[in-house]
Ligand binder design. Structure first.
Ligand SMILES: CCCCC/C=C\C/C=C\C/C=C\C/C=C\CCCC(=O)SCCNC(=O)CCNC(=O)[C@H](O)C(C)(C)COP(=O)(O)OP(=O)(O)OC[C@H]1O[C@@H](n2cnc3c(N)ncnc32)[C@H](O)[C@@H]1OP(=O)(O)O
Length: 213
């Protein structure tokens, strides 16, 4: 077990680069299995699973081949209390197999993310499930609030407008920005775009908890 530290986040990584890269690679294989189980049937199923398990076995036999020159996206860090913190976020963490993962491209007054959604996120045929559009927008708008307001805030209201279906299997862009700060309340808005066209719009309210008396 790693010893406690008071080092700030991102200062100490309590596992080797190879293990962090291996964990993120394994999460990627889990994602590929999740998608492949929905697109692979009958006689193709066993060879598909053998291939995926084989990729994992090969990585376990030679983790250095994986880590060669690559950096983990989300290595564990020590949090402010000195506890090991793994990035569990179900939208952006490369170590979380249920995250697509959505990637931050630009951060500032406006935050921009890119993401490609595979089959496990399907609602209508070849289109994104609407509830998952809300997940992507919640995360993106929360990030814009996090970047622009120092206190941690939580989603209080989130309204989504579905204007066009969001396609699977191709890169889509998610944009988000803060529109107003009023004490503990921060208002934000954003969009999901595909091929330059707006598919979904969101606006919402984030509130930072009232300081303890
Ligand atoms: C490198 C360092 C990093 C450090 C990071 C450290 C820690 C990170 C920790 C956490 C990370 C958090 C999230 C990351 C994950 C996900 C990102 C996506 C975001 C989410 O997924 S997050 C989950 C879903 N989220 C919730 O789980 C919230 C549940 N909820 C609550 O926990 C409370 O609801 C709370 C605390 C939000 C507020 O509680 P409260 O009691 O303080 O609020 P209250 O009711 O007093 O309202 C205050 C003022 O807002 C006005 N007001 C209310 N509603 C309004 C409306 N609709 N329109 C206009 N005004 C409105 C009132 O009228 C009043 O106004 P006034 O002050 O003027 O009277």
């Amino acid at each position: 077990m790693a010893e406690a530290s008071t080092a700030p986040p991102d200062q100490r990584v309590p596992e080797s680069i190879q293990h962090s890269v291996l964990a993120e690679f394994a999460a990627g294989v889990c994602r590929d299995i999740a998608g492949g189980l929905l697109s692979t049937t009958g006689d193709d199923l066993v060879p598909f699973l053998e291939r995926e398990v084989g990729r994992l076995r090969q990585a376990l036999e030679d983790p250095f081949a994986l880590g060669e020159g690559s950096e983990p996206r989300h290595p564990p860090v020590f949090d402010r209390r000195g506890r090991i913190a793994v990035a569990t976020n179900p939208v952006v963490s490369h170590r979380n197999a249920i995250a697509p993962p959505m990637k931050l491209v630009r951060s500032g007054d406006e935050c921009e993310f890119t993401v490609e959604l595979p089959l496990q996120y399907q609602g209508p045929p070849s289109k994104l499930h609407g509830g998952y559009s809300a997940v992507l927008l919640d995360e993106a708008l929360w990030k814009a609030v996090r970047v622009n307001v120092s206190a941690i805030s939580f989603t209080r209201e989130l309204t989504i407008g579905y204007e066009r279906p969001v396609p699977l299997f191709e890169p889509v862009t998610v944009l988000a920005r803060v529109t107003e700060v009023d004490g503990r309340k921060t208002f934000a808005e954003g969009e999901i775009l595909a091929g330059g066209e707006v598919c979904s719009r969101a606006h919402g309210l984030w509130i930072s908890p009232r300081p303890r008396e």
